[in-house]
Design a protein around this ligand. Structure first.
Ligand code: RP5
Length: 189
């Protein structure tokens, strides 16, 4: 499908909708968790760099003119999409390496962090990385002067502190066995 003439602020793109969305969906979840889904407009597209090459190139080349301020690009496998897009636009690109396990250094991650000198691509990994890429994009918007996002971002950070403090108190009060049962944490075999 063709690109609309005017784009949103954030472009969330991936190499494969079916394979990559379970990870890339977490970018939008981050915006929702901050309560910023109404404040930040974004689109989700899957312009496979290998199978929809023309569209991927067009996406990169028109991003700035379409008004996109940041691109969050995820891919697995050989993961060419983030690097190619970063090479064809000056819009900052946050690459998300789709990985099966956060503990495994895989090819997609290597592809993202191995960009040649002169072609910057920020790199994140996996579900947590996709979520953090959403947070990072908001930080970039705030730094660029979109102060309206700041309050909700700080509230999100405060909630993280409260949540960790509450869990610490519960663990202290009830002990690890009850805590793990209450939170549904599986025990190691
Ligand atoms: C990459 O190859 C995609 O980003 C995806 O992670 C992987 C496999 O894609 P599919 O064959 O499932 O479409 O280009």
């Amino acid at each position: 499908m063709a690109l609309e003439e005017t784009g949103p602020s954030y472009g969330i793109i991936m190499g494969s909708a079916d394979t990559d969305l379970p990870t890339m969906h977490h970018v939008g979840l981050a915006l929702q968790e901050m309560g910023l889904q109404e404040n930040v407009d974004y689109e989700e597209r899957a312009p496979s760099v290998h199978r929809l090459t023309e569209l991927a190139i067009e996406y990169a080349k028109t991003a700035e003119a379409r008004g996109i301020k940041v691109i969050i690009a995820g891919a697995g496998g050989s993961a060419h999409l983030p690097g190619m897009v970063a090479s064809e636009t000056i819009v900052p690109v946050l690459g998300v390496a789709i990985t099966s396990s956060p503990d495994v250094m895989n090819r997609a991650l290597g592809s993202n962090i191995g960009m040649p000198k002169g072609k910057p691509l920020a790199t994140f990994q996996g579900e947590a990385g996709a979520f953090n890429a959403g947070l990072f994009a908001v930080r970039m918007s705030i730094a660029a002067g979109n102060i309206a996002l700041r309050g909700k971002y700080l509230e999100y950070e405060a909630r993280l502190v409260e949540q960790s403090a509450e869990r610490d108190s519960q663990l202290l009060a009830m002990g690890s066995t009850t805590y793990m049962g209450m939170r549904g944490i599986p025990r190691a075999k």
